[in-house]
Ligand binder design. Structure first.
Ligand code: P6P
Length: 321
């Protein structure tokens, strides 16, 4: 087992060594994500000081007001992922269509990412994050983005919180790295992360309860209250999922009358988070099927999300499926 304090680059290389057939492409790909997110972190930390808060007056494909930091994060991710040469195609929450970088034309991978999730929290100084999901290039067309989540090669997030943490998996468990800002290096702080079998926290926006489509969900939440659960809801998926991974319990963004397929996007929010939660020993469902088995049909497809400890998810399914 890698020892606490090991730096991310050494960890990536040691993981690569475990796969004799590895060519180093995934290591380079992950290193590009590391560099991009360290740069994003530096901008996020300065956001309050530099006039990059506030709106650009533009809206993204989701019809949401784009904050300047969102755009900057997207540009930084595109630059570094493209320069790595390892990605044949990139898709982002901030871009209507995927892009196919010239340098990546021989790349083995494709990547979907949310460059700065939780952006509505930027100007109130609440944790936000970058989420990424990597699949293998198969057909070398946009169809490659429509692979199920269980086929992910790697997935992870960076949370820009009280500290900056990178949490990711390549299918052999989940490991968390904390950025040491004094040297600009991610150091292994949470080796082999496992979600508790059961928690004491539920995380859902109860303001939407009257609009929830899943009958039985209200009763399920009431049953948790009866058992003494507490509620925590930040409204920033990366922060809510990170807490759920560490503390256990359940996070949910269900379908409601306003969002009949839920609000969260499959490719670059639900699927990578489901991959991590499964790798950590938890479960992730749309309420009808395992999120990792959903066959994507479009880049910005939304799905209902229920993820967390096995105990709560299995109990939830007795109420809503
Ligand atoms: P609501 C942030 O805008 C986001 O996409 C996720 O990060 C978060 O989980 C969700 O929306 C919060 O949505 O409707 O509860 O504010």
């Amino acid at each position: 087992m890698a020892e606490i304090g090991m730096d991310l680059n050494r960890f990536i290389l040691e993981e690569e060594r475990k796969h004799p057939q590895a060519t180093g492409s995934l290591s380079i790909a992950l290193t590009a994500i590391e560099t991009a997110t360290k740069i994003i972190a530096s901008h996020v930390r300065q956001a309050g000081l530099v006039d990059i808060l506030g709106k650009t007056g533009k809206v993204n494909v989701q019809g949401e007001e784009v904050q300047k930091l969102d755009e900057l994060a997207n540009e930084i991710m595109i630059e570094h992922l493209s320069d790595s040469g390892e990605f044949f195609a990139l898709s982002s929450e901030e871009m209507e269509e995927p892009i196919f970088p010239e340098k990546g034309k021989n790349g083995k991978y494709i990547i979907s990412f949310d460059p700065l999730d939780g952006s509505s929290n930027i100007d109130v100084n609440v944790s936000i994050g970058t989420i990424f999901s990597i699949h293998k290039k198969v057909k070398a067309t946009v169809e490659d983005f429509f692979q199920e989540g269980y086929k992910q090669v790697a997935a992870g997030y960076v949370i820009y919180g009280s500290s900056t943490m990178l949490v990711y998996s390549t299918g052999n468990g989940v490991n968390g790295f904390t950025l040491d800002p004094s040297v600009g290096t991610f150091l292994l702080s949470h080796p082999n992360m496992k979600i508790p079998e059961k928690g004491k926290i539920y995380s859902i926006n109860e303001a939407n309860a009257k609009k929830w489509i899943d009958k039985g969900l209200v009763d399920f939440i009431e049953s948790l209250k009866e058992k003494g659960y507490t509620t925590r809801y930040i409204g920033s998926m990366v922060a809510d999922v990170h807490r759920t991974l560490i503390k256990g319990g359940i996070f949910a963004y269900p379908a409601d009358k306003k969002n009949p397929n839920g609000k969260l996007r499959l490719l670059y929010e639900a699927s990578p988070m489901a991959f991590l939660i499964n790798q950590a020993g938890g479960m992730a469902t749309t309420g009808k099927e395992d999120i990792l088995k959903v066959k994507p049909e479009n880049i910005h497809q939304r799905v209902p999300v229920f993820l967390g400890s096995k105990t709560e998810i299995q109990e939830l399914l007795t109420y809503i499926s």
